[in-house]
Design a protein. Structure first.
Length: 155
Protein backbone atom coordinates (compact mmCIF):
# COMPACT_ATOMS: atom_id res chain seq x y z
CA UNK A 1 0.00 0.00 0.00
CA UNK A 2 1.24 3.42 -0.94
CA UNK A 3 0.71 6.33 1.44
CA UNK A 4 1.82 9.94 1.45
CA UNK A 5 3.05 11.78 4.55
CA UNK A 6 2.76 15.55 4.50
CA UNK A 7 2.19 18.53 6.78
CA UNK A 8 -1.42 19.44 7.60
CA UNK A 9 -2.94 22.29 5.62
CA UNK A 10 -6.03 24.42 6.20
CA UNK A 11 -8.02 22.22 3.82
CA UNK A 12 -7.48 19.26 6.16
CA UNK A 13 -9.37 20.60 9.17
CA UNK A 14 -12.51 18.49 8.69
CA UNK A 15 -10.59 15.26 8.02
CA UNK A 16 -8.36 15.88 11.06
CA UNK A 17 -11.40 16.61 13.24
CA UNK A 18 -12.98 13.33 12.11
CA UNK A 19 -9.77 11.42 12.81
CA UNK A 20 -9.55 13.03 16.26
CA UNK A 21 -13.04 11.71 17.01
CA UNK A 22 -11.98 8.22 15.91
CA UNK A 23 -8.85 8.50 18.05
CA UNK A 24 -10.87 9.57 21.10
CA UNK A 25 -13.19 6.60 20.66
CA UNK A 26 -10.17 4.28 20.25
CA UNK A 27 -8.83 5.52 23.60
CA UNK A 28 -12.20 4.87 25.26
CA UNK A 29 -13.70 8.36 25.47
CA UNK A 30 -17.40 7.94 26.12
CA UNK A 31 -18.29 11.53 25.24
CA UNK A 32 -16.92 13.13 22.10
CA UNK A 33 -16.97 16.85 21.31
CA UNK A 34 -19.59 18.01 18.81
CA UNK A 35 -18.18 18.37 15.29
CA UNK A 36 -18.33 22.19 15.24
CA UNK A 37 -16.38 22.36 18.48
CA UNK A 38 -13.75 19.93 17.14
CA UNK A 39 -13.45 21.90 13.89
CA UNK A 40 -12.84 25.08 15.89
CA UNK A 41 -10.29 23.37 18.16
CA UNK A 42 -8.37 21.86 15.22
CA UNK A 43 -8.33 25.19 13.38
CA UNK A 44 -7.08 27.05 16.46
CA UNK A 45 -4.49 24.44 17.35
CA UNK A 46 -2.94 24.00 13.92
CA UNK A 47 -3.57 27.35 12.22
CA UNK A 48 -4.13 29.92 14.98
CA UNK A 49 -1.82 32.83 15.61
CA UNK A 50 0.44 31.46 16.88
CA UNK A 51 -0.32 27.80 16.15
CA UNK A 52 -0.25 25.56 19.22
CA UNK A 53 0.86 22.45 17.37
CA UNK A 54 1.86 20.96 14.05
CA UNK A 55 0.68 17.76 12.41
CA UNK A 56 1.99 15.34 9.86
CA UNK A 57 -0.83 13.59 8.04
CA UNK A 58 -0.89 10.22 6.30
CA UNK A 59 -3.05 9.84 3.20
CA UNK A 60 -3.84 6.61 1.42
CA UNK A 61 -3.94 6.22 -2.38
CA UNK A 62 -7.49 7.63 -2.47
CA UNK A 63 -6.49 10.77 -0.56
CA UNK A 64 -8.25 9.65 2.64
CA UNK A 65 -6.63 10.54 5.95
CA UNK A 66 -5.45 7.36 7.69
CA UNK A 67 -3.03 8.64 10.33
CA UNK A 68 -1.36 11.57 11.99
CA UNK A 69 1.47 12.66 14.19
CA UNK A 70 0.66 15.77 16.27
CA UNK A 71 3.66 17.55 17.76
CA UNK A 72 5.02 20.83 19.08
CA UNK A 73 8.44 22.22 19.80
CA UNK A 74 9.11 22.82 23.49
CA UNK A 75 11.73 24.85 25.30
CA UNK A 76 13.87 24.34 27.27
CA UNK A 77 15.23 20.85 26.79
CA UNK A 78 18.87 20.12 27.68
CA UNK A 79 20.43 23.47 28.56
CA UNK A 80 18.93 26.12 26.32
CA UNK A 81 18.05 23.72 23.48
CA UNK A 82 14.55 22.63 22.61
CA UNK A 83 12.77 19.38 21.83
CA UNK A 84 10.13 18.09 19.51
CA UNK A 85 7.35 16.72 21.70
CA UNK A 86 5.17 14.12 20.04
CA UNK A 87 1.71 14.47 21.56
CA UNK A 88 -0.10 11.89 19.47
CA UNK A 89 0.77 9.22 16.93
CA UNK A 90 -2.29 7.53 15.49
CA UNK A 91 -2.84 5.21 12.54
CA UNK A 92 -6.26 3.82 11.67
CA UNK A 93 -6.70 0.22 12.73
CA UNK A 94 -6.96 -1.13 9.18
CA UNK A 95 -3.63 0.51 8.25
CA UNK A 96 -1.58 -0.65 11.22
CA UNK A 97 1.31 -3.09 10.93
CA UNK A 98 2.25 -1.73 7.50
CA UNK A 99 5.18 0.47 8.55
CA UNK A 100 3.21 3.73 8.61
CA UNK A 101 3.95 4.48 12.27
CA UNK A 102 7.65 3.79 11.69
CA UNK A 103 7.61 6.15 8.71
CA UNK A 104 5.96 8.87 10.82
CA UNK A 105 8.64 8.45 13.50
CA UNK A 106 11.32 8.70 10.81
CA UNK A 107 9.74 11.90 9.42
CA UNK A 108 9.67 13.39 12.92
CA UNK A 109 13.38 12.65 13.28
CA UNK A 110 14.03 14.50 10.01
CA UNK A 111 11.98 17.49 11.20
CA UNK A 112 13.78 17.60 14.54
CA UNK A 113 17.23 17.28 12.95
CA UNK A 114 16.44 20.08 10.49
CA UNK A 115 15.47 22.51 13.22
CA UNK A 116 18.48 24.37 14.65
CA UNK A 117 18.77 23.87 18.41
CA UNK A 118 16.47 20.85 18.60
CA UNK A 119 18.30 18.13 20.52
CA UNK A 120 15.67 15.46 21.13
CA UNK A 121 12.25 13.99 20.47
CA UNK A 122 10.15 13.08 23.48
CA UNK A 123 6.77 11.42 23.91
CA UNK A 124 4.69 9.41 26.33
CA UNK A 125 2.49 6.36 26.14
CA UNK A 126 0.34 4.69 28.74
CA UNK A 127 1.78 1.91 30.83
CA UNK A 128 -1.44 0.08 30.01
CA UNK A 129 -0.87 0.32 26.24
CA UNK A 130 1.22 -2.78 25.44
CA UNK A 131 0.74 -2.36 21.70
CA UNK A 132 2.27 1.12 21.65
CA UNK A 133 5.07 0.08 23.99
CA UNK A 134 5.92 -2.91 21.80
CA UNK A 135 5.84 -0.70 18.70
CA UNK A 136 8.32 1.80 20.16
CA UNK A 137 10.59 -1.00 21.42
CA UNK A 138 10.54 -2.56 17.93
CA UNK A 139 11.99 0.71 16.63
CA UNK A 140 14.78 0.54 19.19
CA UNK A 141 13.47 3.22 21.57
CA UNK A 142 14.07 2.78 25.27
CA UNK A 143 11.56 3.59 27.98
CA UNK A 144 12.51 6.10 30.66
CA UNK A 145 11.05 5.89 34.14
CA UNK A 146 12.57 9.06 35.61
CA UNK A 147 9.50 11.28 35.19
CA UNK A 148 6.09 11.24 36.79
CA UNK A 149 3.29 12.79 34.78
CA UNK A 150 0.84 15.12 36.53
CA UNK A 151 -2.45 16.30 35.11
CA UNK A 152 -5.16 18.64 36.23
CA UNK A 153 -8.39 19.21 34.34
CA UNK A 154 -9.17 22.84 33.56
CA UNK A 155 -12.85 23.77 33.28
Amino acid sequence: MSVTIRPAGTGDVRAVAELVEEMDRFYGEAEVQPLQERLSQVTQALFGSPPLACALLVEDEDGDLVGLAAYAFLWPAAGSTHSLFLKELYVRDTFRHQGIGARLMSELRVLAAARPGCTRIEWMTGRDNPGARAFYRSLGFAEFDEKIVYRIEVP
